[in-house]
Design a protein. Structure first.
Length: 341
């Protein structure tokens, strides 16, 4: 941090500490007009303006003010203390995460949303022929601006390639890695034969040498003329296909190791065909992981909800599926639904 930024932090800290002292003094003089809960205000402002160390100092001043108020004849209510304490803990935790990412305050929040928008833009599905429809829904873990699940897709003539990736971790920390990987994977996709994509992505992750450097992925290569497809997975949940002829969903199993773990990894493909009325689902484990249950149970649950789409139609089906099976979970979630009319 430069000298000018350091001075700015000291000035902001001094102003907020003075505000805390004023609130504390007024709380002892006119307690019926000034509630100790007002100490939340400088804490929240500090969360936007201060780095973790000066923010911690501000919280110490707030704690001292609460102690003084507790000794007054009409000390703070337990509820006020609880609210101020909880707010301080949340603000400190958020500031620590921003500092690890190199973001400061409101400017950092703006950068965060810019990065999120860029990740979403890179994950847009290319224009498809009239007989094909596709939907993509990604939702980060609770309380985060963006997460570690992302999509890259490209179309070259009659071939559509889609890769759904789940980066290790969750929330903003995983989102930072996801942004870097989405750019790299987007450059690889379409520039290599489909069967070479996952091996190349694996080598890229190995070169990064991240502490949490692994990811899972599902790669779909679809011929938009014939409906023939190949799918590869790297430690990722299997794709599932709806076959209109039988009226049933079936698993398209392809196996391969996690990305970023083993050198010279090999990835076998599975094949299939999407006829008119058929559909295929790619999804991340946030939709099927349930505490105390295995993944097979989660897949069955997902397919049970997917059965409802058969009679209602696939339009808006991606959102409906996530709302049904993973509306509010502590993990990133993403789902890709492609169907042929």
């Amino acid at each position: 941090m430069g000298r000018r930024a350091e001075v700015s932090q000291i000035l902001v800290l001094a102003q907020l500490a003075a505000a805390v002292l004023v609130i504390g003094w007024l709380g002892t003089r006119v307690p019926h007009w000034v509630s100790p809960g007002m100490l939340v205000l400088p804490v929240v402002v500090g969360g936007f303006r201060l780095r973790p160390r000066p923010l911690l100092a501000l919280c110490a001043v707030v704690a001292a003010a609460l102690v003084v108020l507790a000794r007054s004849w009409d000390g703070p209510k337990v509820a006020d203390v609880a609210v101020v304490t909880a707010t301080a803990l949340v603000v400190l935790g958020t500031a620590a995460r921003r500092a690890r990412a190199g973001w400061l305050g409101a400017r950092g929040e703006s950068m965060l949303f810019d990065l999120r928008d860029r990740l979403w833009t890179q994950g847009e599905m290319p224009r498809l022929p009239a007989e094909w429809q596709a939907e993509v829904v990604t939702r980060p873990a609770r309380g985060e601006a963006f997460g570690g699940d992302f999509l890259v897709a490209t179309r070259a003539g009659r071939t559509l390639e889609v890769v759904l990736v789940d980066v290790s971790g969750k929330g903003s920390d995983a989102g930072i890695r996801a942004l870097q990987l989405s750019g790299a994977f987007g450059g690889l996709l379409g520039s290599l034969p489909p069967e070479r994509f996952l091996p190349a992505a694996n080598e890229y992750l190995l070169r990064q040498e991240w502490e949490e450097g692994f990811a899972t992925a599902a790669h779909l290569s679809l011929d938009l003329h014939t409906g023939d497809y190949r799918v590869w997975t790297a430690g990722h949940p299997p794709c599932v296909q709806f076959v209109a002829g039988s009226g049933r969903w079936q698993v398209t199993a392809a196996e391969g190791p996690l990305l970023g773990v083993l050198g010279d990894a090999e990835y076998a493909s599975a094949t299939g065909r999407l006829a008119r009325g058929d559909a295929i689902l790619l999804y991340t484990d946030g939709l099927i992981e349930v505490p105390g249950r295995d993944l097979a149970w989660g897949i069955d649950r997902l397919l049970g909800e997917a059965e409802r789409l058969v009679t209602r139609g696939f339009r808006h089906g991606a959102r409906k599926l996530i709302d049904a099976v993973a509306h509010d979970v502590a993990d990133d979630r993403a789902l890709v639904l492609i169907w042929r009319t």
